[in-house]
Design a protein around this ligand. Structure first.
Ligand code: PEP
Length: 262
């Protein structure tokens, strides 16, 4: 169970799915499942759906997010969208450095760092994604990869500037594969990430930063994941497209690990 310092956060990543009418229908169903007093919720939708989804969830605890942004405020960058444009369209959140962006679109730790600066400058809540591939895990490089990605993303920021930032630990081998990290594997990575933040930035930031787990999160594994003390929420891909399953994920039932074992 997460620390009271950190309010749980559940984000859906719709990726490149759904038409506008399908988006509105799903957002309305999620809205019904979001209770006041529950976790913070964000729907990270395709750029085209931001305004209609923002309208559909207006006045509810659910926020809308983008899935990427460009680091410049404006300019001749065909096909790109800036932080200010996301905020203007109704976003409060943005995903940065998702492994699919890293793998297919050349995202690097350096571009993640620049995008983070831009997102924070526009008052967006950034969800910075980090995670190792299967190869890296099998070669015992998980910690090294996580440390490099975190250092790269958070380089040249004062701790106070990062207080709004969220990290998502997303092992690449678990994304879209149905192969979820076990609660122990996830907790181990989250503990390491928190230690990294404490060592490299500040103890206070490490204690307060929300770290989400992402990678084949489902209605039937969210409760055991959220029972881990350093898991503060989830970034959910495939299951965020199924209203009932996503609502069940939002309504996770935690039972602290110690209680489970007693
Ligand atoms: C993701 O896209 O960030 C993700 C975790 O996907 P899935 O839940 O489908 O594994």
């Amino acid at each position: 169970m997460t620390s009271p310092l950190r309010k749980p956060f559940i984000a859906g990543n719709w990726k490149m799915h759904l038409t506008l009418s399908e988006s509105v229908a799903l957002a309305k169903e999620v809205r019904v499942g979001c209770a006041d007093g529950g976790p913070e919720v964000a729907l990270c939708v395709p750029f085209t759906a931001i305004t209609v989804v923002a309208e559909a969830v207006k006045g509810s605890p659910a926020a809308v997010g983008g899935q990427d942004l460009h680091w410049e405020a404006q300019g001749a960058y065909t096909g790109e969208v800036s932080a200010k444009q996301l905020a203007d369209a109704g976003c409060r959140v943005v995903i940065i450095g998702h492994s699919e962006r890293r793998r297919y679109f050349g995202e690097t730790d350096e571009t993640v760092n620049k995008k983070l600066k831009s997102a924070l400058g526009a008052d967006l809540i950034p969800i910075v994604c980090v995670g190792e591939t299967l190869d890296e895990r099998e070669q015992q490089k998980t910690y090294r990869v996580l440390e490099t990605q975190i250092k790269g993303a958070f380089m040249n920021f004062a701790p106070a500037e990062l207080s709004r930032a969220i990290l998502a630990y997303e092992p690449v081998w678990a994304i879209g594969t149905g192969k979820t990290a076990t609660p122990d594997q996830a907790q181990d990575a989250h503990t390491f990430i928190r230690k990294c933040l404490a060592r490299g930035i500040s103890e206070k930031l490490a204690a307060g930063m929300r770290i989400l787990y992402g990678g084949s999160v489902k209605a039937d594994n969210i409760d055991s994941l959220m029972a881990e003390p350093d898991l503060d929420g989830a970034l959910v891909g495939g299951e965020s497209l199924k209203a009932a399953n996503f609502v069940r994920i939002i309504q996770f039932r935690t039972q602290a690990r110690m209680e489970r074992k007693a």
